[in-house]
Design a protein around this ligand. Structure first.
Ligand SMILES: Nc1ncnc2c1ncn2[C@@H]1O[C@H](COP(=O)(O)OP(=O)(O)OP(=O)(O)O)[C@@H](O)[C@H]1O
Length: 364
């Protein structure tokens, strides 16, 4: 008997690509068809961009499924997933579309596959409005391991806007089910480090300027920690020109936060460094356990886990609220967001609690 197709409104709340990725991933994990309409209606160029299209094609291939209406610019698609199989799959945005966002849609599927997966993801490794691949590896990966999600990510080639040309190979082992997490103790910041890079024809001085400006900015607030932001010239493993920075902070309780930024034409390198530093400071001033980006990226794992997860956060972003909305529509998970009332919450912090649906891998 054909399963009924769920309809998801892609224009609700944040109205961006995240709704599409979450809906597609959950549809694959459930094995039930989904129709997503008004895709990215909240954006100036609505409809699918190459990154969204490649991500959908990837999960279609991973599930031997069927995808209708999916071309660049479409505002309505229907995905009918089959059984998630393991094996090797390639997704190529053919642009600087983010490989980290290709992983965002495909990782939940790979976890509930019948065997190990190897995903070759091509596009931008350090792209705007997306996690830099360094964020995925250094921030997202160690935290998502707390749910029992393990993957290896090999950065073969870095790629930047506008050329793309980056490539990462991600290996994922399937799981039976995911464990809930409890991240409610922030502890003290014990380590701050990062990387400031240039690639292609751009002068190494830009990397040093980003690093110096970032350290200077952080020093104004944090005086007692050694801050090591390495300036790097990307050589053989980089396609095209680019520059950027990511700064990571770790706490005594294992929380990890980041601030990052990418160079743009006409923007001074030290401004790029200051922007990343200010982003990091904003995310460690509160006593939450995740930064403003990890918040929304963890929602799907909270929803899929078996049991109750609790995460202390700073101000809850619209991306996070949207992810919760989608997860509640498409799973039996129940979320609550409450203002933290205890003594350590002099800043605005919240507890996101989720009673997960306890998704179980039918193949294991
Ligand atoms: N600087 C950053 N560091 C880490 N993650 C980031 C950063 N900027 C954005 N992200 C993450 O990237 C994702 C962006 O989702 P979003 O829906 O906005 O993007 P999109 O697919 O490019 O679509 P759209 O173009 O519609 O915005 C979110 O999960 C967000 O947390």
């Amino acid at each position: 008997m054909a399963a009924t197709t769920f309809e998801m409104d892609g224009s609700v709340m944040e109205g961006g690509g995240q709704i599409l990725r979450l809906s597609a991933a959950l549809s694959c994990v459930h094995g039930s068809p989904i129709k997503i309409n008004k895709i990215r209606a909240g954006r100036s160029t609505p409809g699918l961009r190459p990154q969204h299209l490649s991500g959908l094609e990837l999960v279609r291939d991973m599930t031997d499924g069927n995808l209708e209406g999916a071309v660049v610019g479409s505002t309505e698609i229907t995905l009918t997933p089959g059984k998630i199989k393991g094996g090797s799959h390639v997704a190529d945005t053919q642009t600087a579309g983010s490989v980290a966002l290709l992983l965002q849609v495909s990782l939940p599927c790979a976890l509930f596959a019948g065997g190990p997966s190897e995903l070759c993801l091509k596009g931008g490794t350090n792209a705007e409005m997306a996690p830099q691949i360094d964020y995925t590896v250094k921030v997202f990966k160690p935290i998502v391991e707390k749910f029992g999600v393990y993957f290896d990510c090999d950065v073969k080639m870095r790629g930047y806007y506008p050329k793309g040309g980056g490539e990462v190979v991600v290996k994922v082992n399937p799981v039976k089910e995911l464990s809930p997490v409890n991240m409610t103790e922030r502890g003290n910041i014990t380590k701050i480090y990062g990387r400031a890079f240039v690639a292609g024809v751009l002068p190494f001085k830009l990397a040093k300027d980003m690093s110096t400006a970032a350290v200077r900015t952080i020093r104004k607030e944090i005086k007692d920690l050694y801050i090591n932001i390495q300036a790097l010239q990307e050589k053989d493993k980089a396609c095209g020109n680019g520059n950027g920075i990511i700064i990571i902070a770790e706490s005594s309780t294992g929380c990890i936060f980041a601030g990052s930024s990418l160079g743009k034409k006409g923007v001074y390198a030290d401004k790029v460094g200051v922007e990343a530093a200010e982003m990091l400071l904003r995310n460690i001033r509160h006593t939450g356990c995740v930064d403003e980006f990890l918040q929304d990226q963890l929602i799907i794992y909270m929803a899929l886990a078996k049991g109750t997860s609790r995460i202390r956060t700073g101000p809850v972003t619209l991306h996070t609220q949207t992810a919760i909305h989608v997860a509640e529509q498409l799973t039996t998970a129940k979320f609550s967001v409450t203002k933290a009332e205890d003594e350590s919450s002099s800043s605005e912090t919240y507890i996101i609690e989720c009673h997960g649906m306890g998704a179980s891998n039918p193949s294991l």
